[in-house]
Write a protein that binds this ligand. Structure first.
Ligand code: HEM
Length: 685
């Protein structure tokens, strides 16, 4: 079978596998990208060593005596920039909006608060206007930055290169993690924006009639796709900032708001505020609301189906979930449904084990277990594939211990980094496949869906055996390689809703980089420990010459290169799916998300699990999740983010490790005499 991928070492050990597989040797010592490999010409760039990239800075801590001076809740809510809770209940469970996670600064990580930054913004006017306008506003003779769509066409063409190791589920779980962590305010990301910055026929509007917040992407008439339909204009609405909401004024630079809570806490399943969570709950047996059709559980119907889905008739499914993006693409919805069914599966079992528990106790305990499994899968099964196992271990993002890890640090800011959400993490848009395989139990791919036929149309999941066939497809089909190539399903046909063409996600990513005024690629190189480039040639330390030539043709100076673009052309650090600059940003983010979360699943104490329960949580895996929540899935490979092979062969579902929920039997219960659980009752102060 050959060596197992090193990324899975710790994950397997925790599940009880003794074997420590030999690491992948093939890429050691060289940066690797696409087809080529290169020697790293930067001695001393050691991303896998030490902890030097991890910053604790930027945490706006309120001194206790300042707390009463905060504006009233009502004032802040009307401003719309995050509202601190009136008080913090002492609870073993998380709040829905993330408030009171950090007890010194209870509003930290709540919805509608700004992203934070590693480097100050680079707006053309120093305050808020797009980086794009720089030359104009400074009155120099410099060229404006190249158009976002032009850059996309030149840098991100469609070339179908499959990832040799990882399955499409690695991509798809990445989107789940992303949606759990952030969402730019003012966008639903699930359907074309309601604000139209272009005419209905794709022409530019007169400046005077341009709606607020518009910054449309201008298209060339030579555009290989949009030129065919004479479109000049692609919609783009700027992200809402704290300045827009009058939360800051004067010359303070604008900071974009994120609409969801920042923690990795399955808010995509449970909602980001109390009201949404109530709409999603059954208030019976601790369950979440579902509709039963075809003997399967589906999320409840979204009452604004025509508004949020691209449905073609009113009967078509359109779901409601904790996250507004739930319907965006079929495989995303599959995982959302799996996580929803998993909650109800856990709740039903807990209810049987503890018949004396009320709805609230079952609900909160099931939610806590579901979140624990999700954090475990995200950090131990998924993350090492993307940012490397050594890098994760060395930076104290994952641990080999089988015991608790009490590394919560109240001084670490869990806020999502703008650089992470707007540039580094979006690099993995490259992994998206344009066709989704339907796969039978004997792993026969008998058909596939075209992605752009099914954006925001989840009905397809309910047809025939599609749900199971798509679940197997996730684990069977390879993801596309992590490289500059992007499928035209997302660079020409995004959200096309039956039209010949749609939008270009990479052009949007580049425009978003400028909308958010991110500092330049060269600035982040320096921040992350690479030398500052004086000339374009200096980029050759991490880039191939052909990539460089394309940059030179587009940009005037090295300092102009957008972070999104420069970072995506770097050769990968061995054992990871990213180049050094993005890896540095991703590493920083995932450190903060873990250590800044008081409810992290590996912590002991009243927010955590018992030791026995924690060892059970560590048995969770993506494959078992799919097994347990399909209609009739019989078998899966043990490591679901890795493609099926002789060393990762399909096994019957029962042979995969499972979380034994009997460790949640409550000793306090009538007639049940065990003594291993300590559920802390909710106390308020
Ligand atoms: C079929 C799959 C996917 C589609 C159709 C998709 C589409 C989108 C769209 C439309 C946006 C909003 C763009 C904007 O207006 O600025 C977005 C944002 C984003 N995407 Fe994806 N995406 C997919 C998969 C992924 C994956 C696999 C990852 C990472 C592993 C990812 C990471 C992100 C991030 C970090 C953002 C910004 C989140 C924020 O608002 O803070 N996406 N994506």
């Amino acid at each position: 079978g050959g060596p197992l991928p090193e990324a899975y070492n710790v994950f397997l050990q925790r599940q009880g596998f003794q074997q420590t597989p030999v690491g992948f040797q093939q890429n050691q010592g060289v940066f690797q990208q696409g087809a080529g490999t290169f020697q790293p010409p930067t001695p001393g760039l050691d991303l896998s060593g030490g902890n030097k990239l991890i910053k604790k800075a930027n945490l706006p801590i309120l001194k206790p005596q300042q707390t009463p001076l905060l504006p009233s809740q009502q004032d802040l809510a009307s401003l719309g920039c995050g509202s601190p809770p009136a008080n913090c209940p002492r609870s073993p469970y998380r709040s829905f909006d993330g408030s009171c996670n950090n007890l010194r600064n209870p509003v930290l990580g709540t919805p509608n608060t700004p992203y934070t930054r590693l480097l100050p913004p680079n707006y053309a006017d120093g305050k808020q206007s797009l980086t794009l306008d720089k030359s104009a506003s400074r009155g120099t003779q410099r060229q404006p930055l190249p158009g976002a769509r032009t850059v996309s066409v030149v840098i991100y063409p469609d070339q179908q290169i499959e990832d040799p190791i990882w399955s499409l589920n690695a991509m798809q779980y990445g989107q789940i993690i992303t949606h759990d962590m952030s969402m730019i305010a003012g966008s639903t990301q699930a359907q074309p924006q309601s604000t139209m910055c272009c005419s209905a026929t794709g022409q530019l509007l007169e400046l005077a009639s341009l709606p607020d917040h518009c910054f449309p992407i201008v298209l060339d008439n030579t555009d290989p796709a949009f030129g065919q339909v004479n479109a000049q204009c692609m919609n783009f609405v700027r992200t809402i900032t704290d300045r827009d909401r009058n939360c800051v004024g004067g010359n303070q630079p604008a900071e974009q708001l994120t609409a969801v809570n920042h923690y990795l806490d399955l808010s995509i399943v449970y909602g980001n505020d109390d009201l949404t969570s109530q709409q999603l709950r059954q208030f019976q047996g601790g369950r979440l609301r579902v509709d039963i059709r075809g003997n399967q559980q589906w999320p409840p119907r979204n009452l604004n189906a025509t508004g949020v889905c691209a449905i073609q008739n009113i009967q078509e499914a359109c779901y409601l979930a904790g996250d507004t993006r739930v319907n965006q693409n079929p495989q995303l919805t599959v995982l959302q449904v799996v996580l929803l069914r998993e909650h109800n599966r856990i709740a039903d079992t807990l209810g049987q084990l503890n018949p004396h528990w009320d709805d609230e106790t079952i609900f909160q305990e099931a939610r806590k277990i579901n979140i624990g499994q999700h954090q475990h899968i995200s950090y131990y099964e998924w993350l090492p594939i993307f940012i490397g196992l050594d890098n994760s271990l060395n930076n104290r993002i994952v641990y080999t211990t089988k015991d608790f890890v009490d590394d919560y640090d109240i001084n670490v800011n869990p806020t999502i980094l703008n650089e992470h959400a707007t540039a580094a993490f979006r690099y993995f848009h490259s992994l998206i496949a344009g066709n989704l395989d339907l796969v039978t139990e004997n792993r026969n791919a008998f058909g596939s869906l075209r992605l752009s036929d099914w954006f925001n149309r989840p009905q397809i999941l309910e047809e025939g055996d599609n749900f199971d066939d798509l679940s197997r497809g996730l684990n069977t089909q390879p993801q596309m390689a992590s490289d500059p190539f992007h499928d035209s399903e997302i660079t020409q046909f995004l959200f096309r809703a039956g039209q010949p063409f749609g939008q270009d996600l990479k052009a949007i990513d580049i425009q978003r980089n400028r909308d958010h005024g991110l500092a330049s690629y060269n600035d982040y190189r320096t921040f992350c420990g690479l030398p500052r480039a004086q000339t374009f040639e200096d980029f050759l330390d991490v880039m191939r010459r052909d990539s460089l030539e394309r940059l030179i043709n587009l940009y005037e100076r090295p300092d102009d290169v957008d972070l999104t673009v420069g970072g995506s052309l770097e050769a990968h650090v061995p054992g990871t799916l990213a180049g050094p600059t993005f890896l540095c940003i991703l590493t920083e983010q995932f450190y903060r998300t873990r250590v800044g979360d008081r409810f992290w699943f590996e912590n002991s104490g009243e927010t955590g699990f018992t030791r026995d329960q924690l060892s059970q949580i560590r048995k969770a895996s993506i494959s078992r999740l799919l097994c347990d929540n399909g209609r009739n899935i019989q078998a899966m490979q043990p490591r679901g983010f890795e493609r099926i092979s002789a060393r990762n062969a399909i096994l019957p579902c029962e042979a995969l490790p499972r979380v034994d929920l009997s460790f949640w039997r409550d000793p306090q219960g009538p007639g049940v005499g065990q003594d291993q659980v300590n559920l802390t009752p909710q106390v308020f102060f």
